[in-house]
Design a protein. Structure first.
Length: 277
């Protein structure tokens, strides 16, 4: 079974469970990997298009997994009933579509234990949506494959997120007192603890966490660092070309200010890498 690094990483975010639904399953490889690795006993592979779903059926049959994976034609979670799955996977689709699926199935999704999300775009909007709707992002990963960066996350809805916050909060307090490290960083020097930044930096902190990922930043993910340096070089080049013009229009001036803000945020993130590691 051909499984890309991106798909393997998506599957790696799934917590062991009885059943999960893969929305937009495409060829069904993630569903098959979850069954093969015994992370999930049962997977509902769903897609809005019949073509990919038929290919998924063929792959499932070829590997003899039809007793563990069922396929359904579905627009988002419309064909999923309450209690059938403990979580959903939305990978390889645009961020706006991810948010639309979550909004469409708000009641259904709100009672699940985990959401595995790998939006291809609008990442900051997706993270902002999760934050504003009571979800907790408890784990993230980022993969570089075929010349592209693929961030992904696991979010805990509602009561499950609140419980996780309480557990993590208690653990962090104990670690701070004992001097234990969290993700390789001294617990007393966690770079993205809101108590350690000034009031004027609070807005920036929220913005950079939405943009680059709270867990990726806190753990100092090496691939995120590569992405930050790559993006910094690109934005600096765009800014240099823009400012080389003799006179800027109002629109170009606003663009230059946007670039300055983005570059400032990247420098802020990189500073925390070098300061705490």
């Amino acid at each position: 079974m051909l499984l890309s690094d991106r798909m393997r990483a998506v599957a790696g975010l799934v917590q062991p469970c009885k059943s999960i639904a893969d929305i937009g399953c495409d060829h069904g490889y993630v569903a098959m990997e979850l069954v093969r690795s015994k992370v999930c006993r049962h997977v509902i592979a769903m897609d809005i298009n019949s073509g990919p779903l038929e290919r998924a059926k063929c792959n499932i049959a070829e590997y003899g997994m039809h007793d563990y994976i069922e396929t359904r034609l579905s627009d988002g979670v419309s064909a999923l009933r309450a209690g059938e799955a403990e979580g959903i996977i939305c990978a390889g689709m645009g961020g706006r579509l991810v948010m639309s699926i979550l909004e469409q199935g708000r009641e259904l999704v709100g009672g699940m234990r985990q959401l595995i999300l790998q939006p291809q775009s609008e990442l900051s909007e997706v993270r902002c949506y999760l934050r504003e709707n009571g979800y907790l992002i408890d784990r993230e990963d980022i993969i570089y494959e075929d010349g592209k960066y693929y961030p992904m996350m696991r979010a805990l809805p509602g009561a499950f997120g609140k419980l996780e916050r309480q557990i993590c909060g208690n653990l962090e307090q104990k670690c701070r007192k004992s001097g234990v490290h969290i993700n390789g960083i001294p617990a007393c020097r966690q770079p993205f603890d809101i108590s350690e930044v000034s009031k004027g930096e609070a807005e920036r902190l929220t913005r950079v966490q939405d943009t680059y990922g709270p867990c990726l930043l806190a753990m100092g993910h090496p691939v995120l660092k590569r992405y930050l340096l790559w993006q910094k070089a690109n934005l600096e080049n765009i800014r240099q070309n823009l400012l080389a013009r003799k006179q800027l229009t109002d629109r170009q001036q606003r663009r230059a200010e946007e670039l300055d803000e983005k570059l400032s945020d990247i420098v802020f993130c990189l500073y925390c890498y070098y300061k705490y590691r």
